[in-house]
Design a protein around this ligand. Structure first.
Ligand SMILES: Nc1nc2c(c(=O)[nH]1)N[C@H]1C(S)=C(S)[C@@H](COP(=O)(O)OP(=O)(O)OC[C@H]3O[C@@H](n4cnc5c(=O)[nH]c(N)nc54)[C@H](O)[C@@H]3O)O[C@H]1N2
Ligand SMILES: Nc1nc2c(c(=O)[nH]1)N[C@H]1C(S)=C(S)[C@@H](COP(=O)(O)OP(=O)(O)OC[C@H]3O[C@@H](n4cnc5c(=O)[nH]c(N)nc54)[C@H](O)[C@@H]3O)O[C@H]1N2
Ligand code: SF4
Ligand SMILES: [Mo]
Length: 749
């Protein structure tokens, strides 16, 4: 028996864990008290991680699909040789536009994504489809306009706020904020602090709130407009802040003074007095912040909602301060800046769609495969992602993926998407390889946790860095070895000496510019071999740590790291390799937020013409299709769902069917009882579900959970495949994020 440090991989928090391990089994999981951010905190889901690590559907050997549909086991060489040749043939015949990737990392595994990106470079493709672009790209796009770069991501200092609004999120179940349940409890028990929840369901979080605005689904833009208007009419906005830090308030003020407050509040169907309390309380609090998530992003007016939400903390001056909303820095940048107004932005063929933060929206992918003619996408690699079940319109994805000339799926399990692949490549699990999350989105104190492998890879599975580096070698885009770099790495194994290696690497890439996109694999094959504990896959952190320390030396020093101008970054890198429970890499000052704003004038540009236009058009809400009287929230977070990371249904203690939550009145109307079967039908598809009578939902609204519908051991799908009901066209017109929380359906008992 041994005890090891690990982290939970089920949500963006990646809580630190300790695991007791016997042989190849995890026998006990606890929170890791030594983790510098999560400090021992975990939720009920983490203790079940054995169901991810050990189950009979884990992949152990590369599989090739035969013409008759059967999968046969093949060697890595057979698989990668053929994939390399077929990819090159497609690239040479049709160009980079014929290739795209999907995924590249889930909640806890972003290391492999850096290696996958190199395959896009080798294919000369810029099509990076990712789940983030079906939730967060409206938010990112706005960050570009407001703060000057789509990498300016906002965070919320919930722990230090006196007044917190949880808008369209349920942190009690979904987490997303530090040590969510403890943090909620702290706010609840302090009479001087106020918690507001804006959610159409009386969620576990709402039960702890001082004020719950149980609005009608899809009406957030009206409610937020009303709140903003009350603040401005009552002169509660922060004029000094606006004058010092923002531009463009005049245009907004003008709109806000004309908002028909009572009418908009009535549309949201919440008490006006409560709305006024929220507006006044938020504006006048010493420190207030908002935490938002899918409840506003997966519904009508998605990008506009993000704009109004950001205006709320901006016009009240709750930005760039303790207890407010802030910008943060990241050690591993997981999103980039791609301004669609620039000429060099590559758009898609069929939808002429642009990327946001470098990412393309899943909604358009089936059309780009099926309808783009000669210039269609013909080959894809899908990694750490199960689009068949998690992206809108399952039937469309089945058709599109079945028509690809080459589909390669890299996963730990035989997913629904993998079943359609030409090749399925087995990845080592997240406890069998070096891994980290790029969701280090904290401010002012930010941490990073490089996880060490705890088990040998199962069967013949391999970590992604090895899979993609071999593929690059077989494609002939990088040489099989770099003797000079390897020699330097071997002879200079300590922190200061990494500088010699970096200089040599830079010289190599300058001499041979074609190699520049393949830094991750080159580091892996060279410096990687010289690192302690066989940490080769983590070598790519060296340039990232050096870069980070160059940009934020004071913050790195405040976090306790030592070194001169040259060695601070290399010292940080070595510290990351050593810190089994993770470490703090930066301690900022709140005022730093202003230096993180990327507009040259370091101001927030409040006037965003596209948003003002959608705002003015708010009155014309789309009419609902006739004959679908209920609004389905297609996918909420519950005690026992965790995206599609667990496949073994035995991990769930409750809710085995992923029940449809329905208000007692509505259940009576359609004749459903607890546990009875109901047909749930949208314009796009129909599924059978199990009813659960629940007065926490509003009448007229029903809820199904996210993350169900997977097969296990060749079973039928377990629980609802909710994306059989969702349509790719039901989405934000600008960034194409789907309106999953607003799906019109009819129900038949
Ligand atoms: N247990 C669990 N936790 C998870 C995950 C998981 O699968 N399971 N997944 C992780 C991931 S990938 C993500 S992105 C996050 C998402 O985290 P959240 O966004 O917090 O999760 P959801 O439950 O999908 O949606 C939040 C709330 O939106 C509400 N809502 C629905 N319609 C509306 C509306 O019109 N307006 C408003 N204001 N609210 C509305 C729902 O009632 C729900 O309570 O969770 C992460 N954490
Ligand atoms: N209708 C509806 N649809 C939704 C949502 C919703 O609320 N409603 N939520 C959306 C959201 S917010 C998200 S984030 C997505 C999530 O959906 P996806 O992006 O598909 O991601 P996950 O479900 O987290 O994980 C996908 C795969 O990663 C695999 N995996 C685990 N570990 C590894 C590894 O180490 N290597 C590799 N290669 N694979 C691994 C798992 O086996 C699993 O198949 O779903 C979205 N879909
Ligand atoms: S699911 Fe999220 S909050 Fe729960 S233990 Fe895992 S990482 Fe932490
Ligand atoms: Mo997500």
């Amino acid at each position: 028996m041994r005890t090891e440090k690990a982290a939970c991989i089920l949500c963006s928090r990646n809580c630190g864990l300790t695991m007791d391990i016997e042989g190849d089994r995890i026998v006990r999981i606890k929170g890791d008290e030594d983790h510098p951010l999560t400090k021992g905190y975990i939720c009920q889901k983490a203790a079940r991680l054995g169901h991810y690590q050990n189950h009979p559907d884990r992949l152990q050997q590369p599989l090739r699909r035969e013409p008759d549909g059967r999968f046969v086991e093949v060697s890595w060489d057979e698989a990668l040789d053929d994939i390399a040749q077929r990819l090159l043939a497609i690239r040479n015949r049709h160009g980079g536009e014929a290739f795209a990737t999907a995924g590249g990392g889930g909640q806890g595994n972003h290391l492999g994504g850096a290696y996958l990106a190199q395959i896009r470079a080798a294919m000369k493709s810029r099509y990076n489809y990712n789940s983030l672009a079906q939730e967060k790209t409206g938010d990112f796009w706005l960050n570009g306009r407001l703060f000057g770069s789509q990498t300016c991501h906002t965070t919320e200092d919930v722990e230090h706020a006196d007044f917190v609004i949880f808008l369209g999120c349920n942190p009690y179940q979904s987490h997303g904020i530090p040590n969510a349940r403890d943090t909620l409890k702290e706010i609840k028990k302090d009479p001087a602090r106020t918690m507001v929840v804006i959610d159409p369901r009386r969620t576990e979080t709402a039960r702890q709130a001082d004020i719950h605005l149980q609005l009608k689904p899809g009406t957030d833009a009206f409610l937020l407009s009303a709140i903003l208007s009350i603040i401005v009419r009552e002169g509660l906005h922060d004029r000094a802040f606006l004058a010092a830090h923002c531009t463009g308030f005049d245009a907004i003020e003008n709109i806000l003074l004309n908002v028909p407050v009572a009418d908009y509040v009535a549309r949201a169907d919440v008490p006006l007095a409560d709305v006024e309390r929220v507006a006044r309380g938020f504006a006048t609090a010493r420190a207030a912040c908002l935490r938002v998530d899918l409840g506003i992003q997966h519904t009508l007016n998605s990008t506009l909602n993000s704009y109004l939400e950001k205006l709320l903390f901006l016009i009240t001056g709750h930005f760039g301060k303790k207890g407010g909303n802030n910008l943060h820095t990241s050690l591993v940048p997981i999103f980039s800046h791609t301004d669609e107004r620039k000429q060099n932005i590559k758009r898609t063929v069929y939808h002429n769609m642009f990327p946001v933060s470098g990412i393309m929206p899943p909604n358009i992918l089936p059309d780009e495969i099926l309808l783009a003619g000669e210039r269609r996408i013909r080959a894809m690699i899908v990694d750490s992602c199960n689009p068949l079940l998690t992206w809108p319109d399952t039937a469309a994805f089945e058709k599109a993926f079945s028509s690809l000339e080459l589909l390669v799926v890299v996963d730990v399990a035989l997913t629904e998407t993998a079943r359609l692949a030409h090749y399925v490549l087995p990845a080592a699990s997240q406890f069998e390889k070096w891994e980290f999350t790029g969701f280090n989105l904290e401010f002012p104190v930010n941490g990073f946790h490089l996880r060490h492998p705890l088990f040998a890879p199962l069967g013949n599975s391999l970590p992604e860095p090895e899979i993609y580096t071999r593929l690059l070698e077989k494609m002939g885009v990088i040489p099989a070895s770099f003797p000079w770099l390897e020699k330097i790495a071997r002879h200079e194994p300590d922190a200061a000496a990494h500088l010699g290696f970096l200089a040599a690497l830079t010289a190599t890439l300058m001499r041979n510019k074609k190699l520049a996109p393949y830094g991750a694999s080159i580091l892996y094959r060279t410096l990687g071999k010289a690192l302690p504990d066989n940490a080769a896959a983590a070598a790519l952190l060296l340039p990232l740590a050096v870069d980070y320390a160059n940009q934020h030396p004071a913050a790195v020093r405040r976090a306790g790291h030592r070194g001169n101008r040259l060695t601070l970054g290399t010292a940080l890198f070595r510290a990351i390799l050593r810190a089994r429970s993770g470490l703090i890499f930066s301690v900022h000052e709140f005022n730093d937020t202003w230096s993180l704003v990327k507009h040259e004038d370091r101001r927030v540009h409040l006037e965003v013409p596209e948003m003002l236009e959608s705002w003015r058009a708010l009155e014309q809400q789309p009419s609902l299709p006739a004959g679908f009287p209920f609004i389905l929230v297609a996918g909420d977070r519950r005690a026992y769902n965790a995206n599609q990371i667990y496949r073994d249904p035995a991990w769930r203690k409750i809710d085995p069917h992923g029940a449809l939550r329905i208000h007692p009145q509505d259940a009576a109307t359609i004749g459903a009882t607890n546990g009875s079967k109901v047909i749930c039908e949208s314009e796009r598809g129909r599924i059978e579900v199990v009813a659960e009578i629940d007065d926490s939902v509003r009448p007229g609204m029903v809820v199904l959970p996210h993350g169900y519908g997977v097969r296990y051991q060749d079973s039928a799908p377990i629980g609802p495949q909710i994306n059989r009901l969702t349509a790719s066209t039901h989405c934000d017109p600008l960034v194409r994020t789907p309106f999953h929380k607003y799906v019109p359906v009819r129900l038949t008992a």
